[in-house]
Ligand binder design. Structure first.
Ligand code: TYM
Length: 337
């Protein structure tokens, strides 16, 4: 029987691309919130392997990284019996809805997307239509589950706004078909910066290995990366304008320890950056330790991974088909009985 939407728990959905091992930025900006929200909401989390095709990865790399990212979501502590954890390309309804949504999205709207402009510059030899229509696939991921909240980092906010606009436009024509989603962007951690250039976002694709910490980095590597993190010539640990490097480290420390900036300032009053960086590294190591340990066990168990992926795909397909069928009826696609 169709679930009564007003009685159900609020629904949360988010996906991550399998482009490389996620960074501390992905973790603090998104994944940590996913895990925290999984307790209180109906959650759907996935690996966006179709989105990753926009930069035409090596097939063997994409296959391996998709499995690794899926294992990592389980290692994070997402429970496949409580949440739907799935791989995007296993659920064909997303791509179908994204085509329909393309027809309800204006060229100008998609062309305004900052991420499209940035990626077109970065991959100027391959500005394909997939890169352009990337946000409508993302909108389909979200709208097909009648999602209420989408936990993401600040860089995805514009895509969420476009998703709402598409939902409202569609509802304006056909009645209430989609739930317009709200972004859930944490107050802290929504934009973790590079350790080498604290004015740029920490990114999986950064070519400087010292710039980002991966969630699977060994403790020694984490210590080294924080030791070489760019700070400033002042030596006071405080959150202030012009201290981008220190501000970023304070944000990381705050996210990992739960301390606010005042408490951090007090803790490091009279101490130098050396002590502070060592403490940040220690807090990050402890935060990531359980994930690294779980990951080693889960990635080795291919049968378990396959079983979880099948279960996730079956649940996702069942749920998403309800919305897709309704959309098809509304827009006038003839469906045989
Ligand atoms: P992706 O794979 O680039 O990043 C995954 C999540 O990590 C967040 N993030 C950050 N947060 C804080 N600081 C950073 N330095 C940082 N870098 C990345 C991102 O905001 C994101 O939440 N388009 C999405 C994937 C996607 C999606 C969706 C998300 C596909 N369909 C539907 C939500 C709903 C992306 O490329 O994320």
């Amino acid at each position: 029987m169709e679930q009564n939407l007003s009685e159900r728990k609020k629904r949360v959905l988010s996906l991550i691309q399998p482009t490389a091992v996620p960074t501390l930025g992905n973790y603090l900006g998104a994944l940590k919130n996913w895990r925290d929200m999984a307790e209180d909401y109906d959650c759907i989390f996935g690996v966006a392997d179709l989105h990753a095709l926009t930069v035409r990865p090596e097939p063997a790399d994409l296959r391996r990284q998709t499995l690794e990212m899926f294992a990592l979501l389980l290692a994070l502590g997402l429970d496949p019996d409580k949440s739907i954890v799935f791989i995007q390309s296993h659920v064909h309804t997303h791509a179908e809805l994204s085509w329909i949504l393309n027809c309800y999205t204006q060229f100008g709207e998609a062309a305004r997307m900052t991420q499209f402009k940035e990626k077109s510059q970065k991959h100027s030899d391959n500005i394909n239509i997939g890169l352009f229509s990337y946000p409508t696939l993302m909108a389909a991921d979200i709208l097909i589950y009648q999602t209420d909240f989408v936990p993401v980092g600040a860089d995805q906010k514009q895509h969420l706004e476009l998703t709402r606009d598409i939902a409202e436009r569609f509802n304006g024509i056909y009645g209430n078909v989609f739930t317009p989603p709200e972004p859930f962007i944490g107050k802290k951690g929504a934009k973790i910066m590079s350790l080498q250039d604290p004015t740029a976002k920490m990114s999986k694709s950064d070519i400087n290995p010292k710039a980002s910490v991966s969630v699977l980095d060994e403790p020694d590597a984490i210590v080294k990366k924080f030791k070489s993190a760019v700070t400033d010539s002042d030596s006071r640990v405080c959150y202030a304008e012009g201290k981008d490097g220190v501000n970023n480290l304070m944000t990381v420390y705050s996210c990992c320890t739960g301390l606010d900036y005042d408490a951090i300032e007090r803790e490091f009053d009279g101490k130098g950056y050396g002590d502070f960086k060592a403490a940040v590294a220690g807090a990050v190591i402890e935060e990531l330790r359980p994930i690294r340990e779980n990951y080693g066990r889960i990635i080795a168990d291919k049968a378990y991974l396959a079983e979880c992926a099948s279960k996730g795909a079956a649940s996702a397909l069942r749920l998403s088909t309800r919305t897709l069928d309704k959309v098809k009826r509304k827009v006038g696609l003839w469906q045989k009985a």
